[in-house]
Ligand binder design. Structure first.
Ligand code: ADP
Length: 153
């Protein structure tokens, strides 16, 4: 059984993440959306909110599970018998950043990172841009899946 994780902060999930998940799930038997918890980081949305946004978006997809984790992504993979890490690439900066992480992860554990290029239509979207639009009362709804709009307080 091919199991992958798609790790991230998802603060909040965006249409870009949604695209990668929808395309990535076709490649694996199970895809765990793994929300990393970093106690030094300040988030706009609570862990429960971020989890609910994702769960509601994919409630009709039985191959997708949403979990949270602390610590190294490779440790989480090994604890859950996961062999693949799925990541999205938007631009050369993402590539350079992701390359270093993927090489480090390969040194730490026999886990392959699989990259999908973003859809052109969502390649400019990031969670930080979405947060900026929300803080300034702009229309963020085109940048996120419907579940964020429905569940956001
Ligand atoms: P992190 O805290 O690791 O930066 P994110 O939640 O921002 O977590 O991103 C998780 C993953 O989603 C990363 O692989 C990132 O490259 C990818 N990603 C982020 N935004 C987009 C987008 N607009 N299109 C496709 N992939 C994206």
């Amino acid at each position: 059984m091919k199991k992958a994780i798609f790790p991230g902060s998802f603060d909040p999930i965006t249409s870009g993440h949604h695209d990668i998940i929808t395309r990535g799930v076709k490649l694996f038997d199970e895809l765990i959306i793994a929300i990393g918890v970093n106690s030094n980081k300040k988030y706009m949305f609570s862990l429960e909110e971020r989890k609910k946004f994702i769960e509601d978006s994919f409630k009709h997809e039985p191959k997708i599970k949403v979990l949270t984790y602390k610590g190294l992504t490779v440790d989480f993979c090994q604890q859950n018998n996961v062999e693949f890490i799925l990541r999205g690439l938007r631009n050369p900066a993402d590539f350079e950043f992701e390359k270093a992480i993927a090489h480090t992860n390969r040194d730490l554990a026999p886990i392959e990172t699989v990259f999908l290029l973003t859809a052109a239509s969502t390649s400019y979207i990031s969670s930080s841009i979405v947060r900026e639009v929300i803080i300034n009362n702009g229309d963020y709804t085109k940048l996120v899946p419907q579940s964020v709009r429905i569940n956001k307080k």
